[in-house]
Ligand binder design. Structure first.
Ligand SMILES: Nc1ncnc2c1ncn2[C@@H]1O[C@H](COP(=O)(O)OP(=O)(O)OP(=O)(O)O)[C@@H](O)[C@H]1O
Ligand SMILES: *[C@@H]1O[C@H](CO)[C@@H](O)[C@H](O)[C@H]1NC(C)=O
Length: 314
């Protein structure tokens, strides 16, 4: 089974507990909301689900609690055809949770408790060694212990597995080896800003910030720019290339970045000889579909929902 994996994700799972209310409550106040729902989130899991929806054979390496949310998350992975052989349940912490309150004006207040995600450790990476060293692509973020993300990138790189690193949420003192271990270093504008200290408000700014990140040792850099698409730079072609996306009317952009990353991982695994700019163009178009419906994983398109041109070999 391990040999068959295209995309392996080492990362987070979070249960989103969402209440919709007329306004945000004040300290000590109890208010009534009009709707409650539970969603599956966490950057690692989101990215894995998008890659799986496009047809990649995927495996998730993560930790959830020995609780109702953990068990239902495992079922969610199975429902999305994601291999759960490396998903472990711990009694030491609850499944990661994001308690979200959204008011009618669309403003929100969010509390994230990473819980079991922070207990993903070296032991679990060792158990997953077979996939980490044989997959085509490894995808990591920063919602688990950063030391574990870096360790996963190193393991994969040693075996020529292509690595995509998404420094999200960004931390100011990122270990310099994260750049060196990334075949593709992919972040959004605010993350690029935090990492470089330079303001990123346009495609031109993103080009300059991207060059700075590239010089820190990554093989390629992608900075996503929301409705403006993305900017791509490679050591083989350091001239920043702006790649616009489709003009659409967004309904809910939550998780758009994760849709882009999952799609990118799918393309790197399935069409490795496509130029990175073409993969990014296609990932833009997949993410542009995701912003046109509500929800996070539920908004991620499947192969059957997308234009055939997105699945051509060249
Ligand atoms: N309004 C939009 N119209 C079309 N495409 C969009 C829009 N917003 C996002 N996208 C697509 O999604 C990709 C990622 O978006 P963005 O740069 O906003 O990531 P992000 O900030 O990490 O997203 P989020 O935090 O909302 O998950 C963009 O590169 C683009 O391809
Ligand atoms: C970038 O992603 C972070 C999550 O890592 C998010 O909080 C932030 O709002 C995003 N920035 C932009 C400009 O979309």
């Amino acid at each position: 089974m391990a040999e068959e994996v295209d995309v392996v994700v080492v990362g987070s799972c979070m249960t989103d507990l969402v209440s919709q209310t007329p306004r945000l409550p004040k300290a000590g106040e109890t208010i009534h909301g009009h709707k409650f729902f539970i969603g599956f989130g966490g950057k690692g899991a989101n990215q894995c689900v998008q890659a799986a929806h496009l047809g990649a054979k995927t495996a998730m390496v993560c930790k959830v609690g020995k609780d109702f949310f953990g068990s239902s998350y495992i079922q969610n992975f199975k429902d999305n055809s994601i291999c759960t052989a490396f998903v472990t349940q711990t009694a030491e912490a609850m499944t990661g949770a994001a308690s979200i309150i959204v008011n009618d004006a669309g403003e929100n207040a969010i509390v994230i408790v990473a819980g079991a995600n922070m207990l993903l450790g070296e032991e679990e990476l060792e158990q997953a060694r077979s996939v980490l060293t044989k997959a085509k692509v490894l995808l990591c973020q920063l919602e688990v212990n950063s030391h574990i993300s870096l360790q996963a990138l190193r393991m994969a790189r040693q075996y020529n597995v292509k690595t995509i690193f998404n420094p999200a949420p960004a931390i100011p003192d990122l270990h310099p080896d994260f750049y060196k271990e990334s075949d593709v270093f992919c972040c959004n504008e605010s993350e690029a800003e935090l990492l470089t200290g330079a303001r990123v408000a346009s495609a031109d700014d993103a080009g300059s910030a991207g060059l700075e990140l590239l010089n820190r040792g990554c093989a390629a850099v992608i900075i996503t720019l929301g409705s403006q698409g993305c900017v791509v730079l490679q050591t083989s072609n350091p001239n920043p290339k702006h790649i616009p996306t489709a003009k659409v009317t967004p309904v809910d952009t939550t998780g758009a970045g994760d849709s882009f990353l999952g799609a990118l991982a799918f393309y790197m695994a399935h069409y490795p000889s496509l130029p990175l700019e073409e993969m990014s163009r296609r990932a833009n178009l997949v993410a542009a579909v995701s912003v046109q419906s509500v929800g996070t994983q539920t908004s991620y398109p499947f192969k059957k929902d997308l234009a055939e041109e997105l699945f051509l070999k060249e």
